[in-house]
Design a protein around this ligand. Structure first.
Ligand code: EPU
Length: 338
């Protein structure tokens, strides 16, 4: 267990914002959490982070930041058809994907090369190239600030687009300790999203490894490496609008891309709206809209959280003015107190 005051968060947020946490606790097991609770040292309120790949810190954080270092991967059940795994919330998401690909377990390959950790992946229901974490998750194990453990079934998790019940529960003292996944042992792929199939055209055979490599190439072409250029992946969510709103925009912009949204309405790529609003590649101080994917905001060097927020506000205002749509940040914005 690590417990430290005035802890630097520079390497715990992929935007590379130089802030501190008044208190930082990293636990390596459920038992360590139980010990903290028993000793009365478990915080009343906290911010639980993974790799900090979906956070924007505006200020030094006055409260306690929690981080999981539970790194176990256990096989719960194996049949000729499938495998069920119980994975610690602190396992690096891409290490989990690598393990699945190496063992010929199908389902996680499209989620290759996503920064972050397994617990946050479930909380955020991460998604890419036609697959979301919820498609693989069977249940989520938690403990609360009173030491009560609860297993959430898939239905209990209330997964939605980049959302789950755990966003709200985190504010009520609930910590995700493990995530259970079911992977198939039967060969099957999801290749119909965007350029995935095209990227595989020159591969002699479609295999899990080939799909992982194709996805990684597509991502690397569009998304900055946080080790080189600070960012939090997509900064905004793709908005869902009523059909009538979409048709009104399409009259003036016949080439507008769109997808039917799961719960009705039309989903429009926010990256397209931002590009059409003239922001792709533009900077505001040390914050910029990434030149290869307008949905991504980047720290071009020494930006504060407020520099990034100022750019986000300016981009939102332009999109609102041009299209009448308010695009909402996907990234969680953290001020002094959450
Ligand atoms: N587009 C533009 N200009 C841009 C960017 C995108 O016109 O600068 C248009 C293009 O028409 C493109 C379409 O938007 O065809 C969709 O772009 P892309 O396939 O890159 O996906 P996205 O909707 O921009 C979402 C996720 C990504 C995920 C990709 C692939 C969200 C908020 N983002 O982006 O997730 O990797 O799909 O599945 O849903 C993340 O959440 O951090 C993230 C990177």
């Amino acid at each position: 267990m690590i417990e430290q005051k005035d802890f630097p968060l520079l390497h715990h947020n992929t935007f590379g914002i130089n802030v501190t946490a008044a208190r930082f606790i990293e636990y390596g097991s459920v038992q360590e959490l139980r010990d903290l609770i028993a000793a009365g040292r478990f915080p009343d309120s906290f911010l639980h982070i993974g790799r900090g790949s979906n956070l924007l810190f505006l200020d030094d954080y006055d409260g306690t930041v929690l981080h999981s270092a539970i790194k176990t991967i256990e096989v719960m059940e194996e049949t000729p058809d499938a495998i069920r795994l119980k994975v610690g919330s602190g396992v690096v998401w891409d290490d989990f994907v690598v393990r699945c690909v190496a063992c010929n377990w199908y389902g996680a390959e499209n989620l290759s090369a996503i920064p972050g950790e397994v617990g946050a992946g479930a909380v955020q229901n991460i998604g890419a190239y036609g697959v979301e974490a919820k498609d693989l998750i069977t249940e989520v194990h938690t403990i609360n600030s009173e030491g009560v453990e609860r297993i959430y079934s898939h239905a209990d998790c209330r997964f939605a687009y980049r959302n789950s019940i755990f966003h709200a529960l985190s504010g009520r003292g609930v910590v995700v300790t493990h995530v259970c996944f079911r992977l198939s042992k039967h060969e099957s792929y999801t290749l119909n999203y965007g350029t995935v199939r095209k990227e595989l055209e020159n591969c002699p055979a479609i295999t899990l490894g080939a799909v992982r490599e194709a996805i990684t190439r597509i991502r690397n072409g569009k998304l900055p490496d946080p080790a080189v250029l600070g960012s939090a992946g997509s900064f905004f969510m793709n908005p869902v609008v009523p059909e009538a709103t979409f048709e009104a925009i399409r009259r003036d912009h016949p080439s507008i891309p769109s997808y039917p949204a799961a719960g009705g309405g039309i989903k429009i790529p926010a990256g397209w709206l931002i590009e059409q609003s003239g922001w792709k590649g533009r900077s505001l101080g040390p914050a910029a809209v990434y030149d290869k994917q307008a949905l991504v905001l980047v720290n071009t060097g020494g930006a504060t959280g407020r520099d990034i927020l100022a750019l986000s506000d300016a981009v939102r205002a332009s999109v609102k003015e041009k299209f009448g749509i308010d695009i909402r940040p996907e990234v969680k914005i953290i001020s002094r107190w959450k």
